[in-house]
Design a protein around this ligand. Structure first.
Ligand SMILES: CC(C)(COP(=O)(O)OP(=O)(O)OC[C@H]1O[C@@H](n2cnc3c(N)ncnc32)[C@H](O)[C@@H]1OP(=O)(O)O)[C@@H](O)C(=O)NCCC(=O)NCCS
Length: 137
């Protein structure tokens, strides 16, 4: 499927606490990547309607600016490509109050698996919403 220009959805906010900091006193990259990984897999599970999805590939990660204790940040994810067995997402993190960009990842690729843990076609071609699926039942 053609890659589309899509709008990021910022669902999750985090309040940066002392345990999220590196020894220099700014946000630890490992903490941020853990939050992104969870946010992205939740997004992929919802879109593909399958809890058996795994991360296959992550493109370059750009740390654009740092965050400090007390900052509120928000994580944005959008699906940019529905493949046969894969789903590609784009991610941006920014400061909630200033909107300053903190990080971006152009491509996070998930693969839809079957019960045997093998790549399986997911049959999805575009972003769908749970509320519409329920309304259309
Ligand atoms: C996920 C896994 C089962 C896929 O097996 P595989 O033999 O690599 O599968 P394929 O080569 O058929 O690729 C599957 C899909 O990923 C895509 N893909 C593979 N490598 C890619 C890459 N480097 N960049 C972008 N897409 C990629 C393929 O294009 C294909 O997508 P499509 O079906 O939509 O065209 C296997 O690689 C694996 O188990 N990896 C480890 C996953 C993991 O443990 N992740 C961390 C924890 S979640």
């Amino acid at each position: 499927m053609e890659e589309k220009e899509s709008v990021l959805k910022f669902h999750t906010r985090r309040w940066i606490k002392p345990e999220d900091l590196n020894p220099n006193g700014s946000l630890f990259g490992g903490s941020l990547l853990k939050w992104i990984d969870e946010e992205a897999v939740i997004y992929a599970i919802i879109q593909l309607e399958n809890p058996k999805v795994v991360t296959r590939h992550m493109s370059e990660i750009n740390f654009l600016s740092s965050a400090k204790q007390g900052d509120i940040i928000e994580l944005g994810i959008v699906a940019t490509n529905f493949g046969r067995t894969s789903l590609t997402l784009r991610c941006e993190v920014r400061n909630k109050l200033t909107q300053q960009p903190i990080l971006n990842i152009d491509k996070i690729v998930f693969v839809n698996l079957n019960e045997q843990g093998e790549p399986a076609p997911h049959g999805k071609t575009e972003i769908t919403y749970v509320k519409d699926r329920i309304a259309n039942r």
